[in-house]
Ligand binder design. Structure first.
Ligand SMILES: Cc1ncc(COP(=O)(O)O)c(C=O)c1O
Length: 389
């Protein structure tokens, strides 16, 4: 059967495929440590589970408005006022089936065929695929070349052309754990203002910031910036609710209405049960959240120490739950993919090659694992490096 031009370059998610092969390997009896997953290893909060069960038992599991339950949209608006200090109303919020869905529906609403969209490398792999699927041209902008993965604002400015529609922004960053500073965001906002660009701000790791890092939403920089930004967030990371598939966007009322209309035609309303579970967590933060964040921070320190011990360099992970060491000096001609494949084979340690994020010198390590397993994982990496020619 002839497939559409649109999918001719499409590849499935590398990280999901790697996580799946690690699971297969484990099923065959090997003691696999999976550092490839971008998924918190905690259960969903009790409050979410109870609200989900109550929703089922109410019997009222029906369609909701396509843009989501009004009460949940209001809860998101209140949450954004509290966490980002910005004022949104129900008309600005759309509840989606996941942050992934919020991102892809937004791109569908904003991008015309041939429009250029800037991806600030190292960038989460789905951005590229999603931009191409809607007919856009993904333009990758490399970070500073000092190994920190810090943004190169001059390079971003230089990448803007007449065809540039906007850019995808993600802080804290998957894969690098980099957290943009307020002044870097102000500079980026100035570029958007100057060239009339929209910005999709993926803030899914916004609560996971450590040390002196501060999560700054571009929407809070100015009223004008809020107007041109589409803020995306969801329940997957901070509430460990990946399987509930809950995300949202907040944007100016025109964009929000359009995405709501798109959703009404493409996927219909998001899952009712998950909406109720998510709402319960937004109305009152689950008691587990602070503990989860503190646990991630402890694990982060374990990883930083381990990588330092091995003398590995890379960006200081200050957010999300990833480390991104530069290992290019240990790669053979197969690059980061070959390295990660060998590491999985030799030590049953699953990691993600940096090529998945347009950062071929790095590999990504997720520290969504218990401290014991992390220590074991780092030992395996160290042994692998010392055995490798
Ligand atoms: C940067 C980033 N954005 C969005 C998502 C997707 O989240 P969701 O589970 O809501 O689709 C992920 C998940 O890995 C992510 O890393």
């Amino acid at each position: 059967m002839k497939l559409s031009q649109r999918v001719s370059n499409l590849k499935g998610s590398v990280t999901l495929a790697l996580a799946a092969s690690a699971k297969e390997m484990a099923a065959s009896g090997r003691d696999v440590i999976n550092m490839a997953v971008g998924e918190p290893d905690f259960d969903a909060p009790r409050r979410a589970r109870e609200a989900g069960i109550a929703a089922i038992n109410s019997g009222a599991v029906k369609y909701t408005p396509a843009a989501g339950l009004n009460s949940l949209r209001q809860a998101v608006a209140d949450h954004l006022r509290e966490t980002r200090g910005v004022a949104y109303g129900v008309e600005n919020v759309v509840i989606c089936h996941s942050a992934k869905h919020a991102l892809s529906h937004t791109l569908l609403a904003l991008v015309d065929p041939g429009d250029e969209v800037l991806l600030l490398d190292p960038a989460w792999s789905s951005y590229h695929a999603q931009v191409e699927l809607v007919g856009g041209v993904a333009v990758h902008v490399p970070p500073k070349q000092d190994g920190t993965c810090a943004p190169d604002l001059e390079a971003i400015r230089a990448a803007v052309t007449e065809r540039t529609g906007g850019l995808m922004f993600n802080s804290p960053s998957n894969p690098s754990g980099y957290v943009w500073s307020r002044s870097e965001i102000e500079e980026l906002a100035a570029i958007c203002e100057e060239h009339d660009l929209w910005m999709i701000s993926d803030e899914i790791y916004g609560r996971l910031v450590f040390d002196d890092a501060e999560h700054v939403s571009p929407t809070s920089i100015s009223e004008a910036m809020k107007e041109r930004t589409i803020l995306v967030d969801g329940a997957s990371k901070v509430f460990a609710m990946t399987g509930y598939r809950m995300g949202y966007l907040a944007a100016n009322a025109d964009v929000a209405r359009t995405v709501g209309d798109l959703q009404s035609q493409i996927s219909g309303c998001p899952n009712y049960i998950s909406q109720r579970a998510f709402e319960a967590c937004l109305i009152e933060e689950p008691e587990e959240v602070k503990d989860m964040i503190a646990t991630f921070d402890r694990r982060r320190r374990v990883v930083i120490e381990g990588l330092d011990r091995m003398g590995l360099k890379g960006p200081q992970p200050k957010g999300a739950f990833y480390a991104f060491p530069d290992l290019h000096h240990r790669f053979d001609e197969r690059g980061s993919s070959g390295f990660c494949a060998d590491l999985l084979e030799a030590e049953a340690l699953a990691t993600v090659p940096g090529t998945a994020f347009s950062a071929p010198r790095h590999i990504r390590l997720s520290y969504a694992l218990s401290e014991d397993r992390l220590v074991e994982a780092l030992d395996r990496l160290e042994r692998f490096l010392s055995d490798r020619p």
